[in-house]
Design a protein around this ligand. Sequence first.
Ligand SMILES: [Zn+2]
Length: 472
Amino acid sequence: MYKATIGIEVHSQIKTRSKMFCGCKVEFLSAPNTNICSICMGEPGVLPYTNEKAILLAIRAALALNAQINKKSVFARKNYYYPDLTKGYQITQSVPLAENGYVVINTENGEKKITIHRIHIEEDTGKLFHTNDKVSMIDFNRSGVPLLEIVTDPVIENEKEAISYLKRLRQIIRYIDISGADMEKGQFRCEPNISVSKDNRRGIKTEVKNLNSLKAVEKAIKYEIERQITILEKGGKIIQQTMLWDEKEQVTKTMRSKEGIAEYRYFKEPDLIPLIITNEMINEQKELIPELPQSKFNRLVKEYNIGINEAEILIDNPRLSNYFEKSIEKGCGIKESLGWITTDIMGILNKSEKKFSYLKITPQHLADLYKYIENKIINMNIAKNILHEIAFTGEPVDKYIKSKNLIQITDTKSIEKIIDEILEENPTEVKRYLKGNNKLFGFFVGQAMKKMGGKANPTIVNKLLKDILNRR
Ligand SMILES: [Zn+2]
């Protein structure tokens, strides 16, 4: 049996207003090559200086990732030539900001620690655009944008674990607010390295680049594991190389054979002094770390006795879980709030392709709806309809119910009258029902509810209908 071993390198942009080693603006949609200066373009004689905010945010990330911070870390030049790197080198760290961290993920066999080897600060490169007519263009606006590189140990065993890790990592980064971590904007990029072997020695690994979504990461890892096993089964050898994921063909393709570390000719950045981290800096950042996803997950499951899948949905967005907890605080039922949030509200947002921040339904709305249901003034279906209607208007629940006359019909006399009418209008169905076709009961309920605009109390309708039919 082959066993896969996977490590993942993540580059997350750090959310700052200016670049890592100069004062240029960081802005995603600026016109090409407008946010550049002699420092980030690497002209001779310029002196880079470090962005304090980026360092503080990186410290916050290292703490949230349970890593040990090096009080003294060192910037270094990684030398290589590529068109998107005008300087001919990238500033990174030879002694990293932090080491030995971990992220906890949930697997089928319980919690698993994905250990992190190192976390360091570096600068982003420019961006190449390849057009169809054999012309390539470069935008240097991105060159020098602060990046955090987070490297795991090779402890991931399959694509599912890889995705769980990446999701959890992205959640942590968003919770501590150091990056938008939007993959489509290139703010969160992952490069898995994959090897397979039959024993405990790690096989030769390949690295996959050009992954623009978690779906692509999952498919590429799966594909690469299978590709390597097929080669080994045929008696072939794996070549250590960098692969590109081809989204169109859904395959990995050779990009270049792997350069060794020596080829980068790392050396100490002569223009930057070592980075000294003080206890004050660390303590200040510690204070700013909120409850993190995994503890929130465990707490929600325990405190509210909710399912694992629902807890995962809630914690994916801290605003969503806060929203849920607020609604309970305001008096909404746990089951009802959970159902409305995870199916109705998420459904409404998905369908309208709108973000959570556009939603006008507040936790108070949910608590109010719950109160109306508890007092048997409206039924669940009406409540769901109301959610859809007020999603982006935020009209108060009581006002909406009154204006649309949605108060539940509980008066047995009027419900009986409607049932009599329904049975009269459907004589054939009544005959078939009385002959033993019990399935038609649901049809009668549906007809009666429809005639009362969905406002009847379903329990009463069911009971009265049964009584009336039994008398026939
Ligand atoms: Zn600049």
